[in-house]
Structures are given as structure tokens and as C-alpha cells.
Design a protein around this ligand. Structure first.
Ligand SMILES: [Zn+2]
Length: 493
């Protein structure tokens, strides 16, 4: 049975690779663009050469350089210089990060064209993903200066698109497709000067045709994988002891350290903005501001070793956040987020902060919806999410948690946190809830996820952006951290 499932997964992987080859377009940095740089370099050489000539450094050198430059131009025009050679060629000049200033979608449900105006040519990789249907464009570091609200409204086959950094030095655009699509054509076309326009033409395809490549859509969903022993949530982590009834779990002793280690996790980032308010305030921005304020708060006390899962506007996958906490053997993990409510009628009235802890069954529908939304972060960033991942892992971790003290400590911290935050900011009507948040699946580290407020509420939206409020909420979380650790130290004596 296990073998069959493993075989199924291997087949699926095989199909995926095939699919990616079939529906992956790689646009190298265009040769004409490299030629442009070569010409620029030759011009610079000529200028330098002229100066040298004028300085009587000898006409021979000048002619020599000119001849060399001309040879290189000839070579680059006639022979396709491999990228690697172009990178090291003496005439190559390092280009600045490309700037994206314009992005648009045109066409209809029969054919949709995506256009991106770039200041200079870059390498681009374009591919599609299923579950949900997406088109992903990977670029090197690109500075996005697109008009506000770009990508919110889709067009044709695309319902919306996002853009941003997906890791240091790597930018990405993720388009949400209304259905299965195929990349009909992709090109990097020259415009004025060094500018280029990336063009991607999309046409609809059948779920079957799409599924033949990805294993998605056409086939029924594979059954959830049975809990796999020796496999842990975080990739690359050492296998955690698995729980089975009647078997005692050996817990690795916590590293003895002078100061407790606290991990602050600012949600979302980069290409994943999180919730965006009516006034275009992004969750990723406000939670990072509060996270940085909390770090200052905790670091100033000198009592903690403080680490952050991200310090800048960069995307970090959920698994990686969990893995960081595990590798650091953190004593406390605080994930910061901000919520929003979709129903217009309710948005005005619903506000305040909520503290979530991990549980298999959500405490209520709202909490379940919240976890689903937050767990979607990887898909938003255009990562392939495995259909096998999920239920089994949560159950395993939860069994572990129940056997360990971790969940008690999480609940402890949640109690203290709600009390302290309640003294300085507004709380939601039910400030303590629980649900299956991926980022809280940590067997050894007490962890909470704080929704700081509702971006859909005008008052909360205003406060979330206020530096004074950010410091106030950071101070209240900081005081809860103090209270929590002083209690733990007291009971340990
Ligand atoms: Zn969030």
C-alpha cells in the first residue's frame, strides 16, 4: 500500500517534470541586449582610447584597443556568446537591477496577453502550476515601481496577479488563472534604448490537458497519505520521534543557555502581501513594523536572544519559518499577522486583536477560515503545494504536542498575552482561539499566532499604521514575554 502510494507520488513527480519542461519557457538575457552593452563598452573604450591618444600615450595602443573591441563586437554578433562567457567577458559591464514600471493584461477569455515593461533585459522563466491554477514568472532581482493597485484587477484568463521578492535577489510574478491555461508564446521584446517588454500569451486549455502534465485537475485527488514514521514537517530536519500509544517520547533536552531564545515571525513578505486594506495598507508591512518594534523592545531588556524569520520585505515559506525555529531550538515563537473580514456589513464593527494557538479542530468557523487563509501563503507565492501534505502531519505533531508540555506552555503564554495586550489595545470579541496553523506546528517550541487587528476596520487600519500604536502593542507583547519567562524560571526552581 505504502509502496503503491510512493509509486504514485513518483509517477506524479515524473509527470510534473515532464509538464514543467513542456510548459516552461526560459528567456535568456537577450543577445541583442548583450550587444548593446558591448557597443556601450566599445564606446567607453573609444573615449578612453581617445583620451589616451590625446595624452600622447601612443596611437598604437589606441588602434590595438579599437581592433580588439571591434573583434569582440564581431564575435558577439556572429557567435552566440554563452551567458557564462558574457558574464566574464572583459567588455561586459555589470548592469543595475532592472526596474519594472508598467504591467498590463489585455485580451479576453480566448487569449490573454500579459505585458511587463522592464528597464533592461533580464533572464525570465515562465511556468504554470495547478492547485490552484497559476502562471509564475521568475526573474532576477527586479525593482517593482508599478502603479498602485497593479494586479488587483485581472483581465481575460487572469483574475489577479502579485509581484515581489520571493527570496534575496529573486523576484517573482504570480498570476492567478481562472482555469487551466497554457503559455502559447513568451518573449522579451526590445523597446527604446535598453528597455524591453516581457510578453506572455496565454490561452485556455482543458483540465485534462493541463492535468496530463501536472497530475492535477484530470485525476481525482489522491488519498491523504498515511502518517509516515520518521518524517517531520520541516524538510531536512532530523526525524522526530513519532507518537504511538503507550510509547514514551524521548524529548531532547533543551540547550542550556543563559538567555531564552525568542523567535519573532513577521507574517508574509515579498510577493505575498497578506491582507490588503481598502486604503492599500499591506499586512506584510504593518506586521514587520510591529515585529521590529518588538525586537527592539526585547533586545533592550538584555534578557533575551531575539531572532527574526525575516527582517526585510522578503518572502519566507511557512516550512522554512518552522524549520528556523527548530534549528534554533527556540524557547518561544511569536507569529504576527493582521486579519480582515470580507463581509462589508461586518467590517465596520469587527476589530481588535486575537491570539491563536495550534489545534487540530478549529475553535470556531472564523478560526478555521483564518488558518486556511494564513496557510495559503505558499500558494500565493507560487510554490507548488503537495496534495499529500497536511492532515497526517498535523495529527502527528498534535499527538506529539499532547505528550509534551509544549501545548501547555503555548496556552500559558496565550493567557498572559491576552491579559497584557488587553491592558493597552482593543481585543476582538473572542480573543483566544485555536486552529491548525502550519506555522504553529512546532513540537518543541511554545508558539502563538497573533492577529493584531482587522485591516478591514477603519479604526484598526489607522492604528496598525501608527508608529506609536506599533510601539504600544510591542511593549504589551514584550511585557507578556517577561511575565511568561519569569513564571517558567520560578517553576523550574
Ligand atoms: Zn497573515
Amino acid at each position: 500500500m505504502v509502496k503503491m502510494i510512493a509509486q504514485g507520488a513518483a509517477d506524479r513527480r515524473g509527470r510534473m517534470q515532464q509538464h514543467l519542461q513542456h510548459n516552461r519557457w526560459v528567456l535568456p538575457r537577450t543577445r541583442w541586449h548583450r550587444d548593446l552593452e558591448t557597443y556601450a563598452a566599445v564606446a567607453a573604450d573609444l573615449k578612453r582610447g581617445t583620451k589616451q591618444f590625446l595624452r600622447f600615450r601612443g596611437a598604437c595602443l589606441y588602434v590595438g584597443r579599437l581592433a580588439l573591441a571591434a573583434l569582440v563586437v564581431l564575435a558577439s554578433t556572429l557567435i552566440a556568446i554563452p551567458e557564462a562567457y558574457a558574464q566574464t567577458a572583459s567588455v561586459h559591464r555589470k548592469t543595475k537591477a532592472a526596474q519594472a514600471k508598467r504591467a498590463e493584461l489585455t485580451g479576453d477569455s480566448k487569449q490573454t496577453t500579459f505585458r511587463l515593461g522592464l528597464s533592461n533585459g533580464v533572464r525570465a522563466e515562465i511556468f504554470t502550476l495547478a492547485d490552484p491554477y497559476r502562471v509564475v514568472v521568475d526573474l532576477p532581482e527586479v525593482a517593482f515601481h508599478l502603479p498602485e493597485g497593479s494586479g488587483e484587477k485581472g483581465g481575460g484568463l487572469i483574475s489577479a496577479f502579485r509581484y515581489g521578492l520571493v527570496s534575496e535577489g529573486k523576484a517573482r510574478i504570480v498570476m492567478d488563472a481562472n482555469g487551466p491555461v497554457v503559455i502559447k508564446h513568451a518573449a522579451m521584446n526590445p523597446k527604446d534604448g535598453q528597455a524591453v517588454e516581457l510578453i506572455i500569451e496565454l490561452v485556455p486549455t482543458s483540465a485534462h490537458a493541463f492535468g496530463a502534465g501536472t497530475g492535477a485537475g484530470a485525476q481525482p485527488q489522491p488519498p491523504p497519505a498515511p502518517p509516515v514514521p520518521q518524517r517531520d514537517v520541516a524538510k531536512g530536519a532530523p526525524p522526530a520521534p513519532t507518537a504511538s500509544p503507550g510509547r514514551e517520547i524521548e524529548r531532547a533536552p533543551k540547550v542550556t543557555r543563559a538567555k531564552p531564545l525568542v523567535v519573532i515571525d513577521a507574517g508574509h513578505g515579498g510577493i505575498d502581501p497578506g491582507t490588503t486594506s481598502a486604503g492599500n495598507v499591506k499586512e506584510k508591512t504593518v506586521v514587520l513594523a510591529v515585529a521590529l518594534a518588538l525586537r527592539s523592545q526585547l533586545a533592550a531588556s538584555g534578557r533575551y536572544d531575539v531572532r527574526m524569520t525575516r527582517k526585510t520585505d522578503v518572502f519566507v515559506p511557512l516550512d522554512r519559518r518552522v524549520q528556523m525555529s527548530r534549528e534554533l531550538d527556540a524557547d518561544l515563537f511569536i507569529s504576527l499577522h493582521a486579519d480582515a473580514i470580507a463581509q462589508k456589513g461586518l467590517a465596520k464593527n469587527v476589530r481588535g486583536a486575537t491570539v491563536y494557538t495550534l489545534s487540530e479542530d478549529a475553535s470556531d468557523e472564523e478560526a478555521r477560515r483564518m488558518a486556511e487563509k494564513e496557510n495559503n501563503s505558499d500558494a500565493v507565492a507560487g510554490l507548488q503545494t503537495s496534495a499529500f501534505e497536511g492532515e497526517g502531519d498535523v495529527r502527528n505533531i498534535l499527538i506529539d504536542l499532547l505528550k509534551r508540555e509544549t501545548s501547555n506552555f503555548s496556552a500559558d503564554f496565550s493567557n498572559i498575552l491576552v491579559k497584557r495586550m488587553g491592558q493597552s489595545i482593543s481585543l476582538s470579541s473572542r480573543p483566544q482561539r485555536s486552529a491548525a496553523f502550519k506555522v504553529l506546528r512546532q513540537a518543541d517550541t511554545p508558539s502563538v499566532l497573533v492577529e493584531l487587528g482587522y485591516m478591514s476596520n477603519p479604526k484598526d487600519e489607522e492604528l496598525l499604521q501608527s508608529a506609536a500604536w506599533q510601539r504600544r502593542v510591542a511593549a504589551s507583547i514584550g511585557s507578556a514575554v517577561d511575565a511568561y519567562f519569569s513564571r517558567r524560571t520560578a517553576t523550574a526552581r
